[in-house]
Design a protein around this ligand. Sequence first.
Ligand SMILES: Nc1nc2c(ncn2[C@@H]2O[C@H](COP(=O)(O)OP(=O)(O)OP(=O)(O)O)[C@@H](O)[C@H]2O)c(=O)[nH]1
Ligand SMILES: [Mg+2]
Length: 323
Amino acid sequence: MRDIPTIMTSQEILDKAFRRVKKVLATDLTGMNRTRAEATGRLSALSHTLTAVLNKYVRAFPSLDQMHPFERELIDISIGLDDLRHSLGAVDWARKTIEAIHKKEYARIRSAATRQEIVSALNSSYGRISSVMNKISGELDFLNGARDKLQDLPDINADEHVVVIAGCPNVGKSQIVARISSAKPEIASYPFTTKGVSLGHLFIGYDRVQIMDTPGLLDRELEKRNSIELQALAALEHIADVLVYVYDPTETCGYTMDAQNNLLEHIKTTFSQIPLIIVSNKSDLKSSGPGLQISAMQNIGIDVLTEEIKTRLSGLPVKVPKR
Ligand SMILES: Nc1nc2c(ncn2[C@@H]2O[C@H](COP(=O)(O)OP(=O)(O)OP(=O)(O)O)[C@@H](O)[C@H]2O)c(=O)[nH]1
Ligand SMILES: [Mg+2]
């Protein structure tokens, strides 16, 4: 979703900063002047390196208050919004605290009367700054994990329509997405192949439409849903302009038509506002299911499906960017 750099551990950041500190020398000076110049230079090198890294991290994460509600919900499900806010806040706190220590100790070194006073001010600022960094080590680890999860989330364009492909596991959703869009999702003969939501694109005339593949849904009560299913539901709720519900009337997916009907009923009641296209896939094996008869594998009825998507979308208002 975002280009966020790898988040180093607090120890790695400190090591990097102290390597810079060691390089600060004032060989052109002598005596007290040299001690003082090296001490202020080292303190500044330490503080600037750390605050630049921390600042870069905080700014790299997307602004949680301005994002599309869909993205916010996905982040909440996969990472946890409160934890993310807390960690970003802690890193920002560390940056400000280090700046404050730098300011105070810099002045102390400048006005120190003895060499011993200079050395002791520098050492105590090293200690205090290191301890601030150690305090946020858990938050930095959390952010690194969050960064990995963010990279896997789809990058939704808020001003392009979204067609969500949903259905029970193994009915052929990914095969349909692969057939009608630019995406190359994994397709396999077992349920829960698709682990998260992903996007492909379909051109209808000059308009680009986003086709969203989702993990297989099961008709269980909401509380019992696992996080993969929740992610798919978040996709449906916030961003679907058109929903394509996929049946597998052959039941080779492993789910009976009754189970597939129940899931559709559930989806219909929860997302009653969204235009719905029903398709029955695997028509190469059996063509008796509800809705459009298609075979994603044999490329049968796919033109009719894209035509139907086009018709449904043409009745909708043009999308206005929400962010
Ligand atoms: N015979 C036949 N098999 C198909 C067709 N479409 C998909 N399949 C097969 O059905 C299996 C499941 O396909 P996927 O596209 O991975 O199904 P999915 O709904 O994305 O599954 P999950 O991601 O696990 O929810 C694969 O073995 C496909 O090759 C079709 O039109 N005809
Ligand atoms: Mg799939």
